[in-house]
Design a protein around this ligand. Sequence first.
Ligand code: KG4
Ligand code: ZN
Length: 352
Amino acid sequence: MRVLGIETSCDETAAAIVDNGSELVSNKVSSSMKLQAKYGGVVPEIAARMQLETIIPVIEDSLKQAKSDWRDIDAIAVTYGAGLGGSLLIGVLSARTLAILKNKPLIPVNHVLGHVYANFIKHTSLAGYKISKDEIQFPFLAAIISGGHTQLVLFEDYLTYRLLGRTQDDAIGEAFDKVAKILGLPYPGGPSISNLAKTGDPKRYKLPKARVSKYDFSFSGLKTAVLRLSQDQIGENYDFPSYKLSERLSETQKADIAASFEFIAVNTLIDKLNEAVKEFNPRCVLLAGGVAANSLLRDTLKESLLCPLIMPDPKLCTDNAAMVAALGGWHVKLNSPLADPYSLTIEPNLSM
Ligand code: KG4
Ligand code: ZN
């Protein structure tokens, strides 16, 4: 079962091919990130325009990398939500058209669930991937941590799951992006903060951990605490504009703020994960979503988690189509309903 996955929910245009939900044979991602960096975040119109231009070349590249042509493709899987409306439309309309033209079954994929299925990719002949061979057993606990989501989900089976908690305001990746903006670091904020934090002192500033109910999260207070701390460090009060802060903070202050923020954000997540492991006793924990690429989180969890840890290669944590093709393969195996290529619509607010 060879599935072509298509992903265009945010600023990436991605196509990938996965066999049987577990073997990665091609993975292509083109991003408008460099264009977006000028604006410090994703401008939906810029993203959609780039996607319209790149979707067909990216799909062709993906087929080429797999040394495949359309005859080898058994089904097309596409992200239909959650995400930006204009962006989702490009992927869904392309997938619908190709499904009709090439006469292939069309599988609708939930982006957020797709992040979890990046962990089900177990083999690849492509160079440059480090893939965990550890077996995934149910029940498992998934930490879905991205720019749009922060949630802990207990999976009893492939498609049977229970939400234990979620963020009440900002997603954890969004907090990385906003703190990076305060510190004048380039978008996306996660990797920028993570790099700078390596040179900083995580204990220099004491930032607050939010108090919310058991498995819920809140990151907007932490972001505000970083703003107030930065204003305080340069001797200004709370009405000093955030966009002028970075030019007044020293390099050491920035590095120490980045490290102190990353330390608290990552440890908030780790505390909740460990509590959930104690209460629900899962067979393993899976990380999913862009923030799962964070090296402090990965290294600390490897040392401290009270049960086996499975995480995708960092390249499969941030948005990609391999996870979409993998989940598509599992949908086929599990006999999930197919989409009608003449009527599949996007669902920008789709939840799990
Ligand atoms: O999963 P993703 O690519 O897109 C969404 O579905 O949201 O996640 C993007 C988020 C961004 O907020 C980005 O700053 C964050 O993941 N991110 C990271 C790292 N790499 C990406 N956060 C922390 N550390 C990283 N290394
Ligand atoms: Zn994502």
